[in-house]
Design a binder for this molecule. Structure first.
Ligand code: NAD
Length: 256
């Protein structure tokens, strides 16, 4: 990506979103850092700015279409045209399908699927007249591979994946690319909430399918930087002929 455009990154207070935002900023891209957790976002952005990185905080909830439209308007007025959108905001409410509450299901879809719909539409409306831009949605390997206790999460990520690819087809004629990065287990607060103790984390690292019913052939949980590298590649001009694809970054956990 050329460095004259702005990038909008959702979930920028979280493990992966924050790393994507910092990685883009290190390349000189002004980043609109978006998250519903205003306090954590402020801390992330303040730390980055004190290191000289061009991040600006925009607290917003992606569940609201109106709020996202206002957000995109404000970002373009204050930072300039958005050339890249990274959808990293997400929630994981785990539990067996039979006992998951309806509110868990609705909330999961509101953030992970409808949130992506809102941001993509608002940003695409700006990109289309300019015939320029790229979108990356951070989904999950759980979208394509059954994971214990992750029925709502996997279904919502499958929805976000399918939506992002279909959008890519519709926007290809304008030269706008839309791709998906599908991480496996990544060392972030989301994973820490799921695997609270070291023993549980080690059992996954060792490939013993106790916690997830899935092992990691490369023998380690991903670092957020591993995911950010894939996102930055798909945003970059090196990927100029790649659209409607999904790139799995899970150490081989899904075996193909
Ligand atoms: P995280 O919990 O650290 O970060 C997620 C961020 O999204 C948080 O800062 C949270 O405040 C924000 N968010 C939640 N709801 C929001 C809303 N309504 N509006 C705006 N922001 C909201 O988790 P992470 O691991 O960094 O996850 C980043 C993305 O990667 C998520 O989409 C997640 O589903 C996906 N993912 C993570 C893993 C993993 O193992 N960590 C694996 C596969 C996919």
């Amino acid at each position: 990506m050329s460095t004259d455009g702005t990038a909008l990154v959702t979930g920028a207070a979280g493990g992966i979103g924050a790393e994507v935002a910092r990685a883009l900023a290190r390349r000189g891209t002004p980043v609109a850092a978006v998250d519903s957790d205003a306090d954590r976002l402020r801390a992330t952005v303040d730390e980055a700015r004190s290191a000289g990185l061009p991040l600006t905080a925009y607290p917003a909830d992606v569940r609201s279409g109106a709020a996202v439209r206002d957000l995109v308007d404000t970002v373009e007025r204050t930072l300039g045209p958005i050339d890249a959108l990274v959808n990293a905001a997400g929630v994981l409410r785990s539990g067996e399908a039979r006992t998951l509450t309806e509110e868990d299901w609705q909330h999961t879809f509101a953030v992970n699927a409808t949130g992506v719909f809102h941001t993509c539409r608002a940003v695409a409306d700006r990109m289309v007249p300019r015939r320029r831009g790229t979108i990356v949605t951070v989904a999950s390997n759980a979208a394509g591979t059954a994971r214990a206790g992750m029925s709502a999460y996997g279904a919502s990520k499958a929805a976000a994946t399918a939506f992002t690819k279909a959008l890519g087809l519709e926007l290809a004629r304008y030269g706008i690319r839309c791709n998906v990065v599908a991480p496996g287990s990544t060392d972030t607060p989301m994973l820490a909430a799921l695997l609270p103790d070291d023993a549980a984390r080690r059992s996954t690292i060792g490939g013993v399918p106790e916690a997830y019913r899935v092992g990691i052939p490369l023998g380690r949980i991903a670092d957020p930087a591993d995911i950010a590298a894939a996102v930055l590649f798909l945003i970059s001009d090196d990927a100029r002929h790649i659209t409607m694809q999904h790139l799995t970054v899970d150490g081989g956990a899904t075996l193909g």
